[in-house]
Write a protein that binds this ligand. Structure first.
Ligand code: SAH
Length: 391
């Protein structure tokens, strides 16, 4: 049963975005509220008292995240229905398959569950709650995962996002599984550690882009910067790269990359790791790699940091354009949600002009279908990238 205790009444005219199925209600749109408690379900009504939907309440800028657009309250099978729908969507794009056993089952707003992430790693589901409401509902989510995926799931782990305080709540909500755990992605193997790793342990969102790198790796020297688990490095080696260099500022990431290289049985002679800042690493290089991958962490997490972030992307890309060989390829990404596709593109143009080299766009890259974007919530599009040919 879902208990809806409180209610929120919107100011006149502030119901437009909800009628277009955008799930966020900003605090400034609220006229009054009754019994609305942190992390609890509330009913949202327009200024005339008409019910618009139901969602989680939070005392913040985004005050309500609507999870159920209806004038009748969510039924007892609400969570099962959402997970069933999310699973059908994944299956319709052939995820998982016989050689992919790690995927994102719930991607927040795109699956109608703002604040919730569920990643599945070869039979183990990781729940990440980004709102107090999702945190409170974690047991109901656990039950729904078990109902919908049944025997396919052997353990369910709750992991708080880095920005949250309730780390003491991290742990198994069902079953147990030793870490690191091995997953398979297009036949490549990776160790995943959700207990101590970044995010839920692995960057599933780069799957298709890593695969695209395979097309450009045969007989090439490849530099993978910001490598974390070495995802791009493994794909490059698998596709026949002659030499791969992996760079990350974190010692843990470098150790993980090395373990993944040996897990896949690649000769250490073809691969070297560098635990160093990427800018530092690139500084004294010139004309050395056929292919360079730039997959930095979000340079801007908030709008206020946007300008600084643009400068960061410009500098990084200009460095790569200087270092890559003539006729080389650059895979460049931004996962900052506040930097949209056009802004990212414009920044790459600036970097290209700065480098003075002739550059062509070969591919536009994005997040894969298990990280969908709701057409009503464009903010959900965060990963963008370009494959560039540098003359
Ligand atoms: N490409 C990875 C994900 C990258 S996550 C994948 O496909 O899975 C970003 C990584 O950048 C993290 O591992 C972090 O340790 C590293 N990092 C952050 N700042 C850095 C810097 N200045 N130089 C090198 N690595 C950095």
């Amino acid at each position: 049963m879902i208990l809806v205790k409180g209610s929120v009444t919107l100011k006149k005219g502030k119901d437009q975005s909800i009628k277009r199925f955008h799930p966020w209600v900003f605090s400034g749109a609220i006229h009054s509220s009754a019994a609305a408690e942190e992390g609890q379900w509330v009913r949202v009504e327009d200024a005339g008292g008409k019910t618009l939907g139901f969602g989680h309440y939070h005392q913040g800028t985004i005050a309500v995240r609507i999870l159920h657009f209806s004038d009748v309250p969510p039924s007892a099978d609400f969570w099962q229905n959402k997970l069933t729908a999310a699973r059908s969507l994944r299956l319709s794009s052939s995820i998982p398959t016989h050689d992919i056993n790690a995927y994102r089952l719930i991607h927040g707003e795109a699956d109608g569950l703002s604040g919730l992430i569920i990643d599945v790693y070869n039979g183990v589901a990781i729940i990440q709650a980004h709102t107090p409401g999702m945190f409170n509902d974690r047991e109901a989510v656990t039950q729904a995962i078990r109902d919908v995926l049944g025997q396919k799931i052997t353990a369910i782990y709750f992991k708080s996002p880095p920005s949250h305080q309730q780390k003491s709540e991290d742990g198994y909500l069902y079953g147990m599984s030793a870490v690191p755990h091995i997953i398979t992605e297009y036949g490549n193997k990776f160790y995943v550690d959700w207990e101590t790793g970044q995010k839920t342990g692995f960057f599933l969102d780069q799957r298709e882009n890593r695969r695209l790198l395979s097309n450009y790796s045969l007989g090439k020297s490849v530099l993978n910067t910001f490598c974390y688990t070495g995802g791009f490095s493994i794909y490059a080696l698998q596709a026949g790269a002659t030499l791969v260099h992996s760079v990350d500022a974190s010692e843990k990431a470098i150790a993980l990359t090395k373990e993944n290289i040996s897990l896949n049985g690649f000769s250490p002679e073809k691969h070297a790791v560098y635990c160093i800042d990427t800018f530092e690493f690139l500084k004294d290089k010139k004309d050395v790699y056929d292919v360079i991958v730039l997959d930095p962490p979000a340079f801007a997490k908030h709008k206020s940091a946007k300008h600084q972030a643009m400068k960061g992307y410009q500098r990084l890309n200009a460095e790569a354009f200087r270092v890559v060989k003539s006729g080389g390829i650059v895979f460049t990404f931004s996962c900052s949600q506040v930097v949209d596709r056009q802004l990212f593109y414009d920044t790459i143009v600036s970097a290209a002009i700065q480098s003075g080299r002739e550059i062509k766009v070969l591919h536009h890259m994005a997040q894969p279908p298990d990280h969908p974007v709701s057409i009503y919530h464009p903010e959900g599009e965060y990963l963008k990238g370009l494959v560039l040919y540098v003359h």
